[in-house]
Design a protein around this ligand. Structure first.
Ligand code: ADP
Ligand code: MG
Length: 176
C-alpha cells in the first residue's frame, strides 16, 4: 500500500468517493492500525467530528477522514488545518460506477443503506481532487474484482489512461 510513512510527520488521509465506493473497507484493511478514523456515520455530528479532529491535530496523531468528501469545499478546511500544523496530506480517490455503487448500497442492511437518490446526489456533486487543493500525495483506488483494491498513482490530463471526466448523467455514469 503506497502510504508514505515519514517518521515524526503525522498524516491526514482524506478518502474521496461516492457512497458504497469502498472507503470504509479500505480504511479497515490499510489504516486501522495507524490512523484514527473520523467518520460521520459513526460520530453522527459535526461537533464530535471537530472534537476528534482537534485532538488528533493537538496530539500530532495521524487520522483519516472517512466521509464522502466529494466537494472541494468540504475537503478544504481539513486540508488547511492539517497543513497549518505540519501534517502531510494524502488523498485517495475511489473510482466507482454509479450503478454498481447503487447496487452495493442496496445490499446493505439497516441504516447503512441510504436511498438511491442519496447516492446519485452525492455523485452529481463530485469534484475530482487536484494537487492544487494542497495534497502532498494523491492516489486513485478501484476495487480489483476479487475483494481487494488496486491503487495507482493519480494522474490527470491527456496523458492519463483513466477517463478523468465523469459523463453527464445516467445509471451507467462512470467515475474513472
Ligand atoms: N474491494 C472490494 N471488492 C468488492 N466489494 C467491496 C470491496 N470493498 C468493499 N466492498 C463492498 O462494497 C460495499 C461498500 O463498501 P464500504 O467500504 O462500506 O463503502 P463506503 O465506505 O465507501 O460507503 C460493502 O458492502 C462492501 O462489502
Ligand atoms: Mg463508509
Amino acid at each position: 500500500m503506497p502510504v508514505t510513512h515519514t517518521p515524526n510527520v503525522p498524516t491526514l488521509v482524506i478518502l474521496i468517493g461516492i457512497p458504497a465506493s469502498g472507503k470504509s473497507s479500505f480504511c479497515r484493511s490499510y489504516l486501522y492500525d495507524s490512523h484514527v478514523r473520523i467518520n460521520r456515520d459513526q460520530l453522527k455530528t459535526k461537533y464530535r467530528e471537530h472534537l476528534l479532529l482537534d485532538a488528533c491535530i493537538c496530539g500530532r496523531q495521524s487520522f483519516v477522514v472517512d466521509n464522502t468528501n466529494v466537494s472541494r469545499a468540504v475537503r478544504a478546511p481539513f486540508i488547511a488545518q492539517a497543513r497549518k500544523t505540519g501534517f502531510r496530506v494524502i488523498g485517495y480517490y475511489f473510482s466507482s460506477m454509479l450503478n454498481e455503487a447503487m447496487e452495493r448500497n442496496r445490499q446493505r442492511e439497516g441504516a447503512a443503506r441510504i436511498p438511491d437518490q442519496g447516492v446519485a446526489g452525492m455523485a452529481s456533486r463530485l469534484e475530482l481532487p487536484d494537487y492544487g487543493e494542497g495534497f502532498d500525495e494523491l492516489w486513485y483506488v478501484r476495487m480489483d474484482g476479487s475483494g481487494g483494491f488496486q491503487v495507482e498513482e493519480w494522474c490527470s490530463g491527456e496523458s492519463c489512461s483513466h477517463a478523468l471526466v465523469p459523463s453527464q448523467s445516467g445509471p451507467d455514469m462512470v467515475y474513472m
